[in-house]
Write a protein that binds this ligand. Structure first.
Ligand code: ZN
Length: 332
């Protein structure tokens, strides 16, 4: 016999009505459940996240000018800009993760140049500032930098200078919240900045230097297989003492910031052989009156096929180190 769902021959009218009510109730309950489910899904997907998870979390001190909602674009590598600060030294570094560093600050009148540069790149503070040594053409602009910018850590070599500029810098540092440290080169001295980048200290040592220029930090900054060696104002003697104390391979670098503004008493042949740079940057003022850079040095660099950039002729020079290659880039 064929079974018929609609066979209701044995069901009373009351029971049929009850079943009908049950079905309607079930359908309504299902409908309500679906509406609640859809509402819950919509709520989770449309902004029930904590507000901090959607805010601009740009690392370091780099900010987008005008507090725009999107983070400023970070470089795909280590940026190193040698600023044209006239007769002096100043380099700005930005790591791929947005950490910032300033190595030297040029003479006192360089502040406006440095300030303009930092503001135009959305830099509101500096994680690390290093004064390679305490001569005025390296620390002059740093006094106002310390006054105007939050600084994470300030480094300078432990050799006191006797100049008013240094005294003013010391006062500014005392007033600021910046932590200060003066490490010497040792077997493995490094300045902490960014986990992806090594900042190795190759000079000076705990000794008596007859030339104050030799109290300069010699630093190698390395990202992947690319690196820049900052020679400060070290003379050939400072270079020699450093090379005696450290393994040769610590000096290898793609880029050499030539020592002492290209003066004849720095960048010895042995030092150049050890560093083996393909690019040299000379930070020097136009018509500086010292005859810098030295003509013989320029000749030696050119003979060795080293590409030379000069801040007096090229203005601010910016390099991008991507871990494999070094390229000169526009970074106005
Ligand atoms: Zn100098």
């Amino acid at each position: 016999m064929e079974y018929d769902d609609n066979d209701v021959g044995n069901v009373s009218p009351e029971e049929r009505a009850q079943r009908k009510r049950n079905r309607i109730f079930l359908v309504l309950a299902l409908f309500l459940f679906l509406i609640l489910l859809l509402a819950a899904l919509f709520w989770f997907r449309s902004g029930a996240l904590p507000s901090s998870a959607t805010t601009n979390s740009s690392p370091g001190f780099v900010q987008t000018p005008g507090a725009a909602p999107s983070p400023s674009p970070l470089p795909k590598g280590l940026i190193v800009s040698f600023l044209d600060v006239g007769q002096g030294d100043c380099a700005f570094l930005q790591s791929p993760s947005g950490k910032t560093m300033l190595i030297d600050g040029g003479p006192e009148n360089a502040f406006s140049t440095i300030d303009r540069f930092l503001v135009s790149h959305g830099v509101a503070g500096l994680d690390v500032v290093i004064a390679t040594h305490l001569h005025t053409d390296h620390i002059g602009g740093l006094i106002q930098i310390v006054d105007a910018y939050p600084i994470g850590e300030f480094y300078y070599p432990p050799f006191d200078a006797e100049n008013e500029t240094y005294f003013s810098l010391r006062d500014a540092l005392k007033e600021s919240q910046a932590a200060a440290a003066s490490p010497l080169a040792g077997a493995d001295t490094r300045i902490p900045w960014d986990d992806a980048i090594e900042v190795r200290v190759l000079a000076p040592y705990d000794t008596v230097y007859s030339d104050f220029n030799d109290t300069s930090y010699i630093l190698r900054v390395t990202y992947g297989n690319t690196s820049v060696l900052f020679a400060g104002d070290a003379t050939a003697l400072g270079e020699k003492l450093a090379m005696k104390a450290q393994p040769n391979h610590y000096f290898h670098a793609d880029v050499l910031k030539i020592g002492h503004h290209g003066s004849s008493d720095s960048t010895s042949e042995k030092f150049l052989e050890t560093v083996q740079p393909s690019i040299a940057v000379i930070s020097v003022g136009k018509d500086n009156g010292y005859g810098l850079p030295d003509a013989e040095l320029l000749e030696r660099l050119s003979k060795q096929g080293i590409k030379v950039y000069r801040t007096d002729e090229d203005g601010t020079v910016t390099l991008l180190l991507d871990g494999t290659n070094v390229t000169v880039i526009e970074y106005p």
